[in-house]
Ligand binder design. Structure first.
Ligand SMILES: [Ca+2]
Length: 151
């Protein structure tokens, strides 16, 4: 759970960061999920960030990975904090290359975040989502998620 070491590796390169990230926090992944053919298809998850062992959440960090098939749609991940409407969006610009798109953060502390996976055009897609509630100092806090919509 302690991610201080991963944060140190971060300065040496994003590849090391991705490896450390995957190894240390695999519990907060949504693996091999899919979006249907329709352009408007989207999956919605509710993520609740809480405190763990005295560490209060500072932000929700997230990234999406576009898995095979290699298809036209570009996958997007949008996280919204409904309490004030703040949103941050990320994407994976390279389909099925074994790594997610750039990690993004929404800094809203403990609370409920809405995470939506969508795409920019019609076509079936499969994806993997990585997300973590983290304290200011990079400790993982509690993240519970439920899927609200699956299209
Ligand atoms: Ca990719």
């Amino acid at each position: 759970m302690k991610r201080a070491k991963a944060k140190t590796l971060l300065v040496t390169g994003s590849v090391l960061f991705a490896v450390a990230h995957a190894a240390m926090v695999s519990a907060h992944d949504i693996r091999n999920a899919s979006l249907g053919n329709a352009k408007a298809a989207k999956d919605v998850y509710e993520v609740k960030c809480d405190s763990l062992s005295g560490n209060v959440t500072d932000h929700l960090a997230f990234a999406v990975e576009d898995l095979a098939p290699v298809a036209t749609p570009v996958l997007k991940i949008q996280v919204r904090y409904p309490a004030d409407g703040s949103t941050v969006t990320g994407s994976d610009p390279v389909d099925n290359d074994g790594s997610p798109g750039p990690e993004k953060e929404l800094k809203k502390g403990n609370g409920v975040y809405m995470m939506t996976i969508k795409k920019n055009t019609a076509g079936k897609e499969n994806y993997h989502v990585i997300f973590h509630c983290e304290s200011k100092t990079g400790f993982e806090t509690t993240a519970n998620n439920v899927q609200l919509r699956n299209r």
